[in-house]
Design a binder for this molecule. Structure first.
Ligand code: UD1
Ligand code: CA
Length: 570
């Protein structure tokens, strides 16, 4: 007995189900994995994640997830996906029917608790709790209950909504999502009534007659049940079958026996309803999901040069006119703004890429790449990297927990970790922020318009001020004030004639002798070599030892400043 007006306490619409039950208690033996089957992922989301996301799209009053195998892991994953989800433990009795029974018991208990609270609130307990044999607080959950296996990664909310709509429209007791497959081995077969097409029974492969095994229409393990029909049906189930399990599929027969309509919605898209039993299916369905995601992005205006080698997770967001080059993988919550080009051979996880940026042969995670910035080739962006607008993280550069301001560049062979670099600064090649003293991490702060020399070690904590320079090869252990040149290196000493004395008769000694000869053949050869070098330098340009003070490019000039006395050496 339910007091009027309390059944719809959550305010759900007529089409929303009372509950979605996700079955996730099975072991998934054929995966041969220490990881529970439902926690294997495709498209960057676990199969359980796909199931819960699809369930949530129906806006049900409750989502219940049935767990048993690796209980703690699956329960924790469930609550992480949806803190409001009800985690239900299945007992030792095996089978999909038992799993649903455990869930329904828990949902009924919840419904009772909800009603008891409501009744106390309404001060109406005395009028309603005495009602013969039935539960004093009513039968429990009522309305539509959606049941789905937790191992159907491509099943989406739209398909579930279609199934639910068909259930309501036809006034069914049970509605089953089915599909036709070429090889139905292992699946439950749908036995339809001639004429009406209603479902007479679902017969498991192991229990099927040779004739029934010819049937290609299979049970997907996705259903809508009327809660009362389900409750009564589960109550009468046994384990008299080839597997000695409580079969959920047997509810079909009991529903029909009490006069309910059991119908099937036949999906023409088998991959959408296909379950994963082994790693082969995981890879096949994963590739198919990816193919669909990539296709959708191309339809939305993204250029994908090679769809076959481009992998995009379900939660990634791309703007129109993004270009993805071959071998690109975009994972997690990666977002790419318009005009950006990613790849080739780039993997980004949870990375935000600004408009017009280029990211070439890069591996990055939890980072932000500014508008029109340039990254790679061969860059490694670790969590906490923030590259400003028009900034550059170049070749063989690793960054971590580093803010690199607008227009600032770290072009070559460097490590920038736990660092803040201001705007329009240039970090010389082969530099390292020495952030770890063996106990704790420390920060390097480099100001704006700074030019640091090649091969610098910044021993943190240390600060290089705005507009400061540092000399090439310096180990910077003390702060460099704004506008200063920091120099920290030994003076060079040349020991003349050392090679000839130490290694006489070697090619090196001979070359030195020829170079030092005032004239003759050896001398000419040396002069010729010098001339060639000069020609070469004239053609290609040389790297100035100190960049011009007004230069902000610095991408080929390494900013290898030195304490020169005002002359630029060539
Ligand atoms: C089930 C169906 C079959 C259908 C097939 C589709 C039954 C009796 N059979 O068979 O008709 O064609 O799925 O893939 O339902 N689970 C539990 N507790 C258990 C057993 C299973 O929660 O005790 C869960 C599993 O974790 C899985 C789902 O139920 O998510 C299906 O279980 P599985 O063992 O794969 O069922 P099948 O034998 O494939
Ligand atoms: Ca299965």
């Amino acid at each position: 007995m339910v007091p009027a007006g309390t059944t719809d306490g959550a305010g759900r619409t007529g089409e929303s189900p009372a509950a979605v039950i996700v079955l996730a208690a099975g072991q998934g033996t054929r995966m041969k994995s220490a990881v529970p089957k439902v926690l294997h992922a495709v498209g960057g989301r676990t199969m359980l994640g796909h199931a819960v996301a699809a369930a949530r799209e129906l806006e049900p009053e409750h989502v219940a997830v049935v767990v048993r195998h690796e209980r703690e892991q699956v329960a924790a994953a469930t609550l992480e996906l949806d803190p409001r989800a009800l985690v239900v433990d299945q007992d030792e009795i095996p089978g999909t029917g038992r799993a649903v029974q455990c869930a329904l018991d828990a949902l009924d208990a919840k419904a009772h608790a909800g009603r008891a609270t409501q009744l106390v609130h309404d001060d109406a307990v005395d009028d309603t709790i005495h009602d013969g044999d039935s539960h004093p607080l009513g039968d429990g959950l009522d309305g539509a209950v959606v049941v789905l296996a937790g191992d159907i990664p491509l099943l989406d909310g739209a398909t579930l909504a279609q199934l639910l709509a068909a259930h309501h429209a036809d006034g069914n007791a049970v509605t089953i999502l089915t599909t036709e497959v070429a090889d139905a081995t292992g699946y439950g077969r749908i036995v339809r009534e001639e004429g009406t097409g209603d479902v007479l029974a679902i017969v498991e492969h192991k229990d099927a007659t040779p004739g029934q095994r010819e049937i290609r229409e299979i049970n997907s393990s996705v259903y809508v049940f009327d809660a009362a029909v389900l409750r009564r049906g589960l109550g009468g189930l046994g384990t008299d079958n080839a597997q000695g399990e409580v079969y959920l599929t047997d509810v079909v027969a009991s529903a029909r026996a009490e006069g309910g309509a059991v119908r099937a919605l036949l999906s023409d898209d088998p991959t959408l309803v296909e379950g994963v039993n082994d790693r082969l299916a995981l890879a096949t369905l994963g590739a198919e999901l990816n193919r669909r995601i990539v296709t959708e992005w191309m339809r939305a205006g993204v250029t994908v040069v090679d769809p076959a080698t481009t992998w995009i997770d379900v939660d990634v967001e791309l703007a129109p006119d993004v270009t993805l080059l071959p071998g690109t993988q975009l994972h997690g919550a990666t977002v790419v703004a318009t005009g950006a080009t990613i790849g080739p051979d780039t993997t980004l996880t949870d990375v935000e890429v600004g408009a017009g940026a280029t990211v070439v042969r890069t591996h990055g995670s939890l980072s932000v790449i500014g508008e029109k910035a340039s990254v790679g080739p061969f860059a490694y962006l670790r969590p906490g990297t923030e590259l400003g607008r028009k900034g550059k993280i170049g070749t063989f550069v690793e960054t971590k927990n580093a803010q690199i301001g607008e227009g600032s560049k770290v072009p070559h062979l460097s490590y920038v970790g736990d660092a803040t670099i201001g705007e329009h600064s240039n970090i010389g090649a082969a530099s390292v922020t020495v952030n770890y003293d063996g106990h704790a991490k420390h920060r390097t702060v480099i100001g704006s318009h700074a030019r640091t020399g090649a091969d610098n070690m910044f021993v943190a904590p240390v600060t290089v001020g705005d507009g400061a320079y540092t000399a090439a090869g310096s180990v910077i252990v003390k702060d460099v004030p704004a506008g200063s040149l920091g120099v920290a290196r030994g003076q060079q000493r040349n020991v003349e004639g050392w090679v000839a004395r130490r290694w006489p008769g070697t090619p090196a000694a001979d070359a030195a002798t020829r170079a030092q000869a005032p004239s003759g053949e050896a001398g000419q050869l040396g002069a010729q070599a010098q001339r060639q070098l000069a020609d070469h330098n004239a053609l290609t340009g040389t790297i100035p030892v100190v960049p011009a003070p007004d230069s902000t490019t610095g991408s080929t000039a390494d900013g290898s400043a030195t304490e020169n006395e005002g002359s630029t050496q060539r």
